[in-house]
Design a protein around this ligand. Sequence first.
Ligand SMILES: Cc1cc2nc3c(=O)[nH]c(=O)nc-3n(C[C@H](O)[C@H](O)[C@H](O)COP(=O)(O)OP(=O)(O)OC[C@H]3O[C@@H](n4cnc5c(N)ncnc54)[C@H](O)[C@@H]3O)c2cc1C
Length: 329
Amino acid sequence: MNVFSYEQASSAAAAINLAKTSQEPRYLGGGTNLVDLMREGIERPETLIDITQLPGAIERRVDGGLLIGAAARNTALAADPYVRLHFPMLARSILAGASAQIRNMATVGGNILQRTRCRYFYDDASRCNKRQPGAGCDAKDGFNRYHAILGASQDCVATHPSDMCVALVALDAVLHLDGPEGARTIPLSDFHRLPGDRPDIETELRQNELITAIEVPAFPFGRHSTYRKVRDRASYAFALVSAAAAIDIDEAGKVRDIRLALGGVAHKPWRALKAEATLRGEAATAASFRAAAEAELASAVGLKDNEFKIELAKRTIVAVLDELKGEGV
Ligand SMILES: Cc1cc2nc3c(=O)[nH]c(=O)nc-3n(C[C@H](O)[C@H](O)[C@H](O)COP(=O)(O)OP(=O)(O)OC[C@H]3O[C@@H](n4cnc5c(N)ncnc54)[C@H](O)[C@@H]3O)c2cc1C
């Protein structure tokens, strides 16, 4: 590990000012991803700016939505009684990730900005366009069971590993950012990028910008939501495919509204807009759920080791919607 300095910030403004004084600053949340990357020599910050003293409250807004300080720990968000009751997909997505110890350390901001788990990104003997632009991609013809089936490019087939982000994208979450050029907001669905020919640029975050909070709008049928993660081991494994879903079915058995997002399939948490559009106004049946899944996965492309994920994603969509329907939505 390289030599680095460590600073603690007591406010967003202080953190941003500290970042300006360093050539290679990194904000430090729980450190559960960043410190691993530093150990591997993939991240080599000059200065670590500890932002865990910044706001981390989980506030219920008057309209029923949430404002979550970016320093909130993953465990605190998953355990919050209001979140568990009104946004079960969010609580369940967090609990599906990592381990209790890691969730105790990990912050919500850090979870959103965690890097891919592509093994070729972590192995500096391999070629990786994300780590070294222009180097090539050893994942494309390597072991790519966990890699992308949607939105990938010739240059990168990595996936975004967060479970929590899948639920947040389905919930239309909005990020509050602050940085040298001032504060702004951005929908989470626009924040992570598809790889294109610049997989090294993973998000729309500008230099030295901070995530300060995450806003989750009120969600009338949020109580009828869930998160399902399909993985190689029952716990402590990243998703092969996951789905965050909520569905609102009217008295006639038709889909009044639906939210659906997929994880483990793309370089970003994948909002399943085609499936949503296919289902709105249709009868909530296994056949229409399957048609929606087919529409969403129509453009999917499998790699050597992950062709199976296309069918798995379709079945996961159908299963999660069937499960919600069975709960009497
Ligand atoms: C063994 C293991 C298994 C795991 N399994 C899963 C899993 O199954 N599912 C899953 O979703 N995750 C999993 N994780 C990942 C874990 O969720 C992340 O490591 C964690 O959420 C990162 O949060 P952190 O606060 O520790 O981030 P850090 O490691 O502190 O930071 C990560 C990145 O975010 C930046 N950053 C942090 N906070 C901010 C902010 N507020 N503004 C701007 N930049 C910021 C840092 O500079 C860094 O680049 C696993 C991790 C490990 C080690």
